[in-house]
Ligand binder design. Sequence first.
Ligand code: FAD
Length: 281
Amino acid sequence: MQSDTHDTRLFSCEFFPPKTPEGTANLRATLAALAALKPAFFSVTFGAGGSTREGTYDVIREIQAHGLQGAPHISCIGTTRAEVRGLLQAYQDIGVKRLVALRGDLPSGMVERGEFAYANELVAFIRETSGDTFHIEVAAYPEYHPEAPSPRVDLKNFKRKVAAGADSAITQYFYSAEAYLRFVQECAAEDVHIPIVPGIMPITNYRQLARFSDNCGAEIPRWIRKKLEEYQDDLTSLRAFGVDVVTHLCAVLLEHGAPGLHFYTLNKHQPTREIWKRLRL
Ligand code: FAD
């Protein structure tokens, strides 16, 4: 959100493509509620192997049709250059200006890796094919990517994406401000100076969060886990605690110079709106 001319920080929201008519209706309501906050863009996730390619495109088209900025995620694993070229053209045709370029993960059972091995190859391909048409976002991992053999190697691989032409990065979610701040410092020491925007995951459902975190390697600190376990099915207390913890995290990150915040909304508007309001963004 750049309402203040001196404020260059970027606030954005992420959706996933709904799979049912109820999900579509819910996302429309969420989009309307969050559009009122005037985020810089809305990104939409993409299932690896093309599983939600149409879903992503349809949601992006709808966002663009409302005069808002859509930022489709493109994951390259399991795809071909020709498919990506077609997708870039389709997005260009509806006025998309920003992409989130990812490797993605192969869905279980799928073995065909396609023509791209890593996200840096996708970034290079987008630059080759589309020049500067798109602002390219890439993923960053303050607690390191689960497959990386070491933090040093992961940082080197992150640097490859920047060298290939990434303009900025959005992080995996985390609950330790220290992890993010150190990661940004390490990037600067490696001469990587693109904006690295923290990805923020509101806390609304303990089991779901624990499952996500086990999959993606984002740590839920013990004290947060313990509190969430204690609330069990008392969702009102759990959500109030979640909003407190995440608002505090965001405030600390912004105080320490984070160049914005990217909210993983999970297609819900309440937690993001509440945090946004409390931060007085
Ligand atoms: P890469 O940057 O390619 O890194 C993957 C792994 O390979 C890392 O361990 C890295 O160290 C290593 N590596 C990278 N380059 C090289 C190289 N050249 N040589 C050797 N090793 C290398 N997933 C989806 O399926 N759909 C989405 O929409 C989606 N959106 C996301 C949005 C954000 C902001 C984030 C943080 C993640 C998202 N993910 C999404 C998850 C992401 O796809 C996974 O984390 C995936 O495992 C890695 O994708 P990447 O683009 O970070 O891969």
